[in-house]
Design a protein around this ligand. Structure first.
Ligand code: ATP
Length: 341
């Protein structure tokens, strides 16, 4: 059976820093198996980056707090980890690349040294020169890049450098948060192809965060769709994007295709994302949903089975909307963890 690398089980997380709470993650689950490519989709503000940073231990403990659920990395419960525990995990089994390499790279340190520093953190005895060259070759950069400063490189090259640094710890999981959003279309294609190739050749799992469904369709085995801090749908990519179970996913797909409605206007999802200052106690999408029923405003739906390995958080998926849930909540949560198992 394929090993589980990451398991997020009904996570809830609050930002507390700006004088008011923001319940950025309210009920999110994620399961990543060895070597798998997982996509996380959702509108701006749905909690994708917060989830990514939470599973990497990169959220500041002074302004964020996990208030429910668990994060388990390679069988170890990391939910209560402090900064040093997270640092050693990041140096050994998980790594992350971000949208903007310039905010990550040190502008006054040559690229080669920045890659070598990452290698030394993981293995103080490593031959840093040889391993730096090996990493540059992996990300398809010329060895001469070693002497360059970040500002001397193009956006695509900087993203490759950030990838080389991330790969320095030989991660079993790479989390990539909108890694190509800031790049032109051609460079975007090259970086995505590289990510795909690296995942396959290194046998590494990938969590790819993107609001671009086309990108996720191209690279991912399974997809999680997020809305207002909730996982609202998950399944194999072809299932979720080909036969979406949740009205929100259907709206997201229509909007991403730039299709026009009967009135000739481009499809959009009407209404506003709910406030995250309180925990949402009903269906988070109900105020914007064209298929909403009375129960949707009264009780939170649970992730339910649309078909094998395909779950949606929607009362439309229960046999008797408004009646007792077909499965108790805990059973449904464990199903969310088991999708793709
Ligand atoms: N440091 C912070 N303090 C308070 N609230 C925050 C903080 N960071 C993010 N948020 C809020 O948390 C919610 C989720 O934000 P997050 O960045 O995770 O969403 P996202 O789906 O990644 O959006 P985007 O695609 O725009 O990056 C938003 O309402 C956002 O305003």
């Amino acid at each position: 059976m394929t090993r589980t690398i990451l398991e997020v089980d009904r996570l809830a997380l609050v930002y507390t820093g700006r004088g008011r709470d923001v319940n950025a993650i309210q009920d999110a689950s994620l399961l990543v198996k060895e070597g798998e490519a997982i996509g996380v989709a959702g509108e701006s503000g749905s909690g994708k980056s917060t989830l990514a940073r939470a599973v990497m231990g990169l959220l500041p403990p002074t302004t964020s707090r996990i208030v429910g659920g668990r994060i388990v990395v390679e069988g170890v419960d990391a939910t209560g980890f402090g900064p040093s525990d997270w640092q050693s995990l990041r140096g050994s089994s998980v790594a992350m690349v971000f949208q903007d390499p310039l905010s990550f790279l040190n502008p006054v340190v040559r690229v080669g040294r920045q890659i070598a520093e990452g290698i030394a953190l993981q293995d103080p005895h490593a031959d840093r020169k040889a391993r730096t060259r090996e990493l540059l070759e992996l990300v398809k950069l010329r060895p001469s890049v070693i002497d360059a400063y970040p500002h001397e490189l193009s956006g695509g090259m900087r993203q490759r450098v950030m990838l080389a640094i991330a790969l320095g710890c030989r991660p079993r999981l790479l989390v990539a948060d909108e890694p190509t959003t800031a790049l032109d279309v051609t460079t975007q294609g090259e970086i995505l192809a590289l990510l795909d190739e690296l995942r396959r050749t290194l046998g590494m799992a990938l969590v790819l965060i993107s609001h671009d469904l086309g990108v996720l369709r191209r690279l991912c085995d399974r997809i999680y769709v997020m809305y207002a801090g909730h996982t609202i749908e998950t399944g194999r990519t072809a299932q979720v994007l080909g036969a979406p179970a949740h009205p929100y996913t259907r709206g997201l797909i229509a909007a991403s295709r730039l299709t026009r409605g009967p009135d000739g206007r481009f499809s959009t999802i009407g209404g506003d994302v709910p406030s995250l200052q309180q925990r949402i106690t009903a269906c988070p999408f109900q105020p914007r949903c064209g298929s909403a029923m009375p129960v949707c405003a009264e009780m939170p739906p649970f992730l339910d089975t649309a078909e094998p390995d395909h779950l949606g958080r929607c009362w439309l998926l229960t046999p008797e909307p408004g009646g007792a849930p077909a499965l108790p909540p805990d059973t449904r949560a464990s199903e969310a963890r088991n999708v793709g198992a």
